[in-house]
Ligand binder design. Structure first.
Ligand code: ZN
Length: 43
């Protein structure tokens, strides 16, 4: 599971404990969830 920058939207790799976007410098990251889509029955 990785992280994505909330500002520029790029994927960010975690280097040790330094959680920061290496592109724009934002520290606000969003956890990427592998399974977000769910099958929803409308019936
Ligand atoms: Zn960024």
């Amino acid at each position: 599971m990785g992280y994505a920058c909330s500002r520029c939207g790029r994927k960010v790799k975690l280097i040790d404990q330094f959680i920061r976007c290496t592109y724009c410098g934002s520290r606000v990251l969003i956890k990427e969830r592998p399974n977000i889509a769910r099958e929803i029955s409308t019936d």
